[in-house]
Design a protein around this ligand. Structure first.
Ligand code: GLN
Length: 199
């Protein structure tokens, strides 16, 4: 069975682990290099990208993780995890680094400060069906390389549509939190299943 690591520095670690198990994988918390080396894929949960960046470096995981991703390990990042996977960040703090897995520019806190959290129906472009998504101080994709596949978009306060789910080779990123359930329902498993399919 595929063993999916959940980066356990911050965020919805338990919820992502449950989603992986529902999708048919096993989940392992990753905080150490030896744990990172043993997993088949990795999820970077939401939180604060500035903190995740600092903790990755403090735990000696930043370079090894970057190398594993560039060597082809499947990876998925949600919200702050999306920011960590981008090559470029608008609204980064001084010295903030990202892993550069997806050639795109993301805008932090794109929906505005007043929009702390929101729920929206998206169209999941791979199958054209609705997907209920929860956003928490979320980024969106501002610009992207043509090799990046857009999986879902939403309308921003600027009236334009922006990608909120993308895939590039072995990397998937979502602005929303696919591990979060809507009103007590079981969370939609499509994003986690897509990650398992990449293994
Ligand atoms: N605003 C956060 C950041 O910039 C992301 C929020 C989240 O992950 N829920 O890192």
């Amino acid at each position: 069975m595929a063993d999916v690591g959940i980066l356990a520095l911050q965020g919805d670690v338990r919820e992502h682990a449950a989603a992986v198990e529902r999708a048919g994988g096993t989940a392992t918390r990753v905080r150490r290099l030896s744990e990172l080396a043993a997993v088949d894929a990795l999820i970077i949960p939401g939180g604060e990208s500035t903190t995740i960046d600092k903790l990755l470096r403090a735990f000696g995981l930043f370079e090894p993780l970057r190398e594993r991703i560039h060597a082809g390990m499947p990876v998925m990042g949600s919200c702050a995890g999306m920011i960590m996977l981008a090559t470029d960040i608008i609204g980064a703090i001084e010295g903030q680094r990202s892993l550069g897995a997806i050639p795109m520019t993301v805008r932090r806190n794109a929906f505005g400060r007043q929009v702390d959290s929101a729920e929206t129906e998206l169209v999941w472009e791979p199958d054209g069906t609705a997907l209920h998504a929860t956003f928490i101080r979320a980024p969106w994709v501002e610009s992207w390389d043509p090799t990046v596949r857009v999986l879902a978009t939403t309308e921003g306060p600027d009236g334009a549509r922006h990608p909120v789910a993308v895939r590039h080779g072995n990397a998937i990123a979502t602005s929303f939190h696919p591990e979060i359930a809507h009103r007590g329902a079981v969370p939609d498993g499509r994003v986690h299943r897509l990650l398992l399919d990449l293994i």
